[in-house]
Design a protein. Structure first.
Length: 321
């Protein structure tokens, strides 16, 4: 994303709730239909329409599969779940499957807190250890910002959801881009998280943006340096070149605004980037965040293999505001 008009996204991811597409200041992107990874509401996701994916339409209401969210009925219980998840994600000796489950719980808890009332959120955060509380506050703020940019959709997206590149490979790509351009790796990872859940979402946006960092072809011509727009390493490096051209690393807010003309987007990406800078384990958790999509029936998890695999409707419980 470079200079463009504000886009509506849903990613959480998503909370992952959003994915956006790059354009240049000279060629602003047209607003596209809302999307969702982020995580996310985050999750946040951009509205992408892969040409080779079948239309999914509105899911049949008769036989939806459900996935339970964390137990959110009591703030103290949710805080305990978040504290345990943080300990699991931060433990290098824990099995990968346990880290994945902990990261998914954290993401869904953040989604819930982004929609809950201020008093409930405060009680959860106050019950957490300081380091965990900082991460949760930052993730929830990012989710709230991205959620405000989106609306529930009546149709599921025409995306393909794939397994992302290994976390070690992506981290090497972010670090390489930082060495070459000076743009902090944490911002590149945060953009990647918000745009396509680190490459899980495949498709072309309604404006024609493509690739894991969502570039318009004209913008890619300027910053792609002859690389492959669908290649994670090439796309991450191109994003770093774009940000550097607009003032990074000295003015990250200004550079991010040229990636997407939305103050909310700038603030959300910055929250995730700062979490990555503060926490040595945050990247391990973010890499596992799934694509969450806001639909009029509720939030769906779009699993790897979608649309071949059915989306799963989240089953909510507890207090919301």
């Amino acid at each position: 994303m470079s200079s463009r008009q504000p886009t509506r996204v849903v990613a959480l991811l998503v909370l992952p709730f959003l994915l956006l597409a790059c354009s240049t200041a000279e060629e602003p992107e047209q607003a596209r239909e809302p999307q969702s990874p982020s995580g996310a509401t985050s999750s946040a996701a951009p509205t992408t329409r892969p040409s080779n994916a079948p239309a999914t339409g509105t899911p049949a209401p008769a036989t939806p599969r459900h996935e339970r969210t964390p137990d959110t009925r009591d703030p103290a219980d949710l805080a305990a779940q978040l504290e345990q998840a943080a300990a699991t994600i931060g433990n290098r000796d824990v099995a990968a499957a346990d880290v994945r489950r902990a990261a998914e719980l954290h993401q869904l808890a953040v989604r819930h807190l982004a929609r809950a009332g201020a008093s409930y959120r405060r009680r959860v955060v106050e019950a957490l250890p300081p380091e965990v509380a900082r991460t949760v506050r930052s993730d929830v703020e990012a989710a709230r910002l991205l959620r405000a940019m989106t609306e529930p959709q009546r149709r599921l997206p025409r995306w393909r959801i794939v397994k992302p590149p290994p976390s070690e490979e992506l981290l090497a790509d972010y670090r390489r881009a930082e060495r070459r351009t000076g743009v902090p790796w944490s911002y590149l990872a945060a953009i990647h998280l918000v745009e396509t859940r680190m490459g899980r979402i495949r498709g072309t946006s309604t404006a024609g943006a493509r690739g894991p960092m969502q570039f318009l072809p004209a913008t890619w011509e300027r910053y792609g340096a002859g690389g492959d727009i669908e290649d994670p390493g090439d796309s991450i490096l191109a994003a770093a070149r774009l940000l550097r051209a607009y003032g990074a690393p000295d003015d990250m807010a200004g550079a991010l605004w040229h990636y997407n003309h939305s103050d909310s987007y700038v603030r959300a990406v910055t929250e995730h980037a700062r979490t990555l800078q503060r926490s040595a384990s945050a990247y391990r958790g973010y890499w596992h965040w799934r694509v969450l999509y806001r639909h009029v029936r509720g939030t769906y998890v779009l699993p790897e293999g979608y649309p071949g695999r059915r989306p799963v409707l989240l089953e909510d419980q507890g207090t919301e505001g």
